[in-house]
Write a new protein. Sequence first.
Length: 413
Amino acid sequence: MIPYSYRDNRLFCEETDLAEVARQYGTPAYVYSKAGITGNYARIDAAFAAAPHLVCYALKANANPALLKMMAELGAGADVVSGGELAQALQAGFPAQRIVFASVGKTDAEIRFAIRSGILALNVESREELEVTARLAAEMGMTAPIALRINPDIDIEGHPYLTTGKSANKFGIALEEARAAYLWAAEQNSLKIVGVHCHIGSMIKKSDPYHRMAETLAAFVADLGKAGIRFEHVDLGGGLGVDYTKVLGEQGSPWFMEPEEMAAQVIPVLQPLGCEILLEPGRSIVGPNGVLLSQVLYRKETKGKKFLVVDAAMSDLIRPSLYGAYHAILPLQAGGVEPETVDVVGAICESGDFLAKDRELERLQRGDYLAVMTAGAYGYTLTSNYNARPRPVEVLIDGATHSVIRDREPSLF
Ligand code: LLP
């Protein structure tokens, strides 16, 4: 379900006119749909109902405290990548026993915090990190629950920055090395092997890489089983891709592959192991359920190029600048005005500061509002104060009601 639609040419999120939200709270503003987010979580959770499983929401996609609380109340687990995110997850009410922690560079303080908190698993990414974890746990007189992050050398054929499961990437441990590391871990009193972890990348568009990953992990778990090592869970990571060209309810599903299709590819492979299946979706839950509202400041024309200068910039949404990512842009008031081709740019002192290039848009004027679509994931979490710009306000829509879930940062002037 995509919660956006035009009614009488005005863009709505659920039952709320987005122009009203823009006028009331100002722009730039991140606006999220409660029904959309909870609905996507429930859909992924239900797709895996046939197997014991836990959906650990990846906080890095969007860690607004109100959204996290919503997710925790639905029974979700959490996937965190830093001590800061672990603290955010605990504060939001995720039980420690539902939290997994992956990071290629955990500090000693982060490892101690994770052990002390009693989380479900530290997803360990190198042999040296494993040894440090064992030593720190022993010094604390505690046991660290660990899963090794396997790098299965599977290509998701996506953007190089979003691929993590190739041997050229910094993430995880190669299969052979992981085997030896597990055998070593099994002998350490301060370590408890709880699972095995894999995350091969983000924006996965087909179910085949998941299938291959499940097969690799199943063979690995079976092999180590012969050596007496038991796993309680198999963690498949996140990565379910979102179609950024589908932004209105009438366009159907926002996903490249339905969660049921992914489940059908992996459950039969993993079920014989008798392990719980963990998933770490981020983008697929929040991405299609957030927009960045902005207002046109100026129109500007140079030789052969038209610019729409708006009040949102790369400090508010860096994806177009960083990955050349496409985000659809829609006017909040569509009026049958002639389309034109424009670059939509922000105020920041960089030519890389753009939200869209050579985009066909209805002709907009100073004061008009627009929505940058599919901005719910990796939007606010990647904001910065570059050029001394305050971070935007965040608003949650629930049917016809709306409320601020994080204030705009105060202006410095
Ligand atoms: N688990 C781990 C270990 C991860 O590293 C990630 C994402 C996820 C789960 C969640 O992946 P998702 O389901 O959201 O695809 N900033 C980039 C995306 C970076 C993804 C990093 N890791 C973007 O804006 O596209």
